[in-house]
Ligand binder design. Structure first.
Ligand code: SF4
Length: 303
């Protein structure tokens, strides 16, 4: 493995590349990455980086987003088949139809969406900024796509707003059930429950804090609590344990593993740098419109 790590680092230097990895990636990939984070943090890094090449260890929509934000850079996705089923649960046609029915609504789409859907969107959000963005919008009528569970979480937070939901969901987060949380709470009564807003409402209700993965990492580091129940994709346990060896973390469900996030391996990362593949590029017309929605995200987050 050391030999492969050296080869990746050497190629990275030669290509003036940066490796970005999502917190759901396997441990080896997280270790070699220049930055590990959630979708918002990774988008910021892509926007601010002065590298020529961004290797995105994540899923397709993330690399697409990076290529829209950093249009002058080469964006590589080491595994071309790493997709996100939730992102594919709505397409531009479906969203256009929703817009026709509620033409006075603002469209907020989760970053887990295709470039075509982003192009039909007014403001993109991530799990870390969704409440802030919706709170900052003056309008009270919002079409939210594609994640119906995150949309329901937003609706519960802002009862004065009308949130029209699309019908998407994450097939990984829905494997976490309320009974999983209840039995873990019984076994570990002093554990704090940290839950991702892609989880179902009944799970959210049983939780202490609803957080993105980067927010979970910050919370666990800064908290005096010693035990945590973690309701999100299990890849995050790697970094939680690494950063807090004295604390205990229990995953909410052994089934919460995203097969697409696990498709990226060290070998594929090496081949990506060696062969400069797979290049992700978005059509200019789509990219321009999608970028406007992403820029609006940065604007409403930093407002
Ligand atoms: S965990 Fe869910 S939302 Fe995230 S990439 Fe996998 S399928 Fe998509």
């Amino acid at each position: 493995m050391m030999e492969l790590i050296d080869k990746i680092n050497k190629l990275k230097k030669e290509r003036n590349a940066i490796i970005l990895a999502h917190t759901y990636q396997v441990g080896d990939i997280q270790d070699i990455a220049d930055f590990v984070g959630d979708s918002y943090g990774l988008s910021k890094k892509a926007a601010d980086s002065d590298a020529d090449v961004i290797v995105f260890c994540g899923v397709h929509f993330m690399a697409e987003t990076a290529s829209i934000i950093a249009e002058d850079k080469t964006v590589l996705l080491p595994e071309i088949d790493a997709g996100c089923p939730m992102a594919d649960m709505i397409d531009a046609d479906k969203l256009r139809k929703m817009k026709e029915v509620d033409s006075d609504a603002i469209v907020v789409s989760y970053i887990n969406s295709t470039a075509e859907v982003k192009a039909e969107t007014d403001v993109i959000c991530t799990s870390s900024n969704v409440l802030k963005i919706v709170g900052n919008l003056k309008t009270n009528k919002i079409i939210f796509a594609p994640d119906k569970y995150m949309g329901s979480y937003v609706a519960a937070h802002y009862p004065e707003k009308e949130i029209i939901l699309a019908d998407g969901y994450c097939h990984v987060h829905v494997t976490i059930l309320p009974e999983d949380i209840l039995s873990l709470k019984e076994a570990h009564p002093s554990a704090v429950v940290l839950t991702h807003p892609e989880c179902q409402g009944e799970v959210v209700k049983l939780s202490d804090h609803i957080l993105s993965t980067s927010q979970m990492l910050d919370f666990a580091r800064e908290s005096d609590a010693q035990e945590f129940i973690i309701a999100t994709e299990n890849g995050i346990l790697y970094l939680l344990n690494k950063q807090n060896p004295q604390k205990k973390f229990y995953h909410a469900s052994k089934y919460a593993v995203c097969p697409n996030m696990k498709k990226t391996t060290m070998e594929k990362l090496y081949w990506a740098l060696e062969d400069m593949k797979y290049k992700i590029k978005v059509d200019k017309d789509i990219a321009v419109k999608a970028k406007r929605a992403i820029d609006n995200m940065f604007f409403y987050t930093e407002k």
